[in-house]
Design a protein around this ligand. Structure first.
Ligand code: CBA
Length: 433
């Protein structure tokens, strides 16, 4: 008992000596008016804050084209038929046991095939260190923490612009960030030469964050030829490509085609990392199911990397959730269900492509003197409209249309019922520019 007390007091001393713990003793705390009066409210998240504002608006005309979440043509969230079927199969047969720290091996194996190819030798050779992650965000964060721990001096090159949370993720992992050119505002397309220059001028062996397809927020992806040049140059420079693939299937309607950039890099012999998410392409947003993988030199290295990734996960969330992982593994391992999934992904992607045409046509019909060609040229879930912050604010205050300040429209929220209303509002706020 005495030994236990001594050990416990040692631990207490060690903890209270550490800088993240308050130095205030409980007896002193009684005299303080509050423990947390130095904490100020956090600024609103630039994307999820839009949904909060949308929900608080009571207008019957309100439209949310903020967050990238798919809606059907009635503006309703969708549960895919393949998911419903998988749920029916597991109903009542599921125990609620913990998954291992690295998640479901079955799910991870099936997920890797989507990124690396169905018959990938790399998977057979066990050269890929992979763990189930808390959707795409969790996969990126786990990688960023891993990068900080095992390449502590490294930085991450991030495209301008990018998904705003990328900056938060690498900031919180304490990896310093460098930016690289990506979007060319004048052409509303890719700044290919700017990007290539930045890749060339980065110190050898730099980490580069790449969007595998359907770049968020711009909807602008390199062509296959451009990806080949990017890959070659990154190889020459010995850079490490990290692909965030949150929208596989949403660019072209075909997950296989959307993995093209990764396949090009694999063919060129890169060692790389991939974040995968089933939020969008399986509609499993709230299930938080995804995968982090890192291609290694050999099986031995992959094993070490995997166990270290698990070690990072353990004190954060211990192990990932089981339900979404089961759905994904059932769907991907049953050829009928997988086919159904592929059809449903295509339906979602096609509806978005249709809405791009409809939005552009409606704006042109209204006699807008501006060019809206980029709406149909861009791909994936988003249209980077080119509207200014003031124009976006007018859309919200006068028309109850909610989107991010950077003028990004989530095309997934546009429907045949609201497209005319949205076009009219966009025309109203842009016609004098
Ligand atoms: N990477 C990119 C490029 C993304 O756009 C998103 C989602 C994620 C994370 C990763 P999840 O963790 O859900 O798998 O996705 N981005 C958003 O769709 C939204 O879900 C968006 O509206 O930009 C978000 O979290 O901001």
């Amino acid at each position: 008992m005495a030994a236990l007390r001594a050990a416990s007091s040692n631990i207490t001393r060690r903890i209270s000596g550490s800088s993240i713990y308050s130095k205030t003793r409980p007896s002193e705390a009684r005299w303080m008016s509050s423990w947390w009066n130095h904490v100020t409210p956090a600024p609103k998240d630039p994307i999820l804050g839009v949904t909060e504002a949308f929900l608080a608006d009571s207008s019957p005309n309100k439209v949310n084209v903020g967050v990238g979440a798919y809606r059907d043509d009635n503006g309703k969230p969708v549960v895919l038929d393949c998911v419903r079927e998988a749920e029916a199969r597991i109903a009542g047969n599921l125990n609620m046991e913990y998954l291992p720290m690295g998640g479901s091996n079955h799910m991870v194996e099936e997920t890797l095939k989507l990124a690396y190819g169905d018959s990938s030798e790399l998977i057979k050779d066990k050269r890929i260190a992979a763990v189930q992650a808390l959707s795409g965000t969790g996969a990126c964060r786990l990688f960023a923490d891993f990068q900080k721990r095992y390449k502590p001096e490294s930085e991450i090159y991030i495209p301008i612009p990018t998904w705003s949370n990328h900056h938060n993720i690498w900031r919180d992992a304490q990896v310093s960030q460098k930016l690289y050119h990506y979007y060319h505002p004048e052409s509303r397309g890719l700044d290919f030469s700017g990007m290539m220059n930045d890749i060339k001028n980065a110190p050898k062996g730099s980490f580069f964050l790449l969007h595998a397809c359907a770049h968020n927020p711009t909807g602008v992806d390199p062509t296959e030829e451009e990806w080949k040049e990017i890959s070659q140059l990154m190889k020459e420079k010995g850079h490490f490509p990290f692909f965030d693939m949150a929208y596989q299937g949403f660019a072209s309607g075909d997950p296989e085609r959307d993995a093209k950039a990764i396949r090009i890099f694999l063919q060129d012999g890169h060692l790389l990392g991939v974040s995968q998410s089933f939020a969008k392409n399986m509609g499993l947003y709230g299930q938080r199911v995804g995968c982090l993988s890192v291609l290694c030199e050999n099986e031995q290295e992959a094993l070490s990397v995997k166990t270290r990734m698990q070690q990072i996960a353990r004190p954060m969330y211990s192990n990932p959730p089981v339900h979404g992982a089961l759905l994904v593994s059932i769907i991907l391992s049953d050829p009928n269900l997988k086919n159904l999934w592929l059809k449903e992904v295509k339906v979602m992607a096609d509806r978005i492509i249709g809405m791009r045409t409809a939005l552009r046509e409606n704006l042109e019909k209204l006699g807008s003197s501006l060019s809206w060609e980029h709406i149909t040229k861009q791909i994936g879930m988003f249209c980077y409209s080119g509207m200014t912050k003031d124009q976006v604010h007018r859309l919200t205050s006068e028309f109850h249309i909610y989107m991010t300040d950077n003028g990004r429209i989530s095309m997934a929220g546009v429907t045949t019922k609201n497209v005319e209303y949205i076009a009219n509002a966009i025309h109203e706020v842009t016609k004098s520019s």
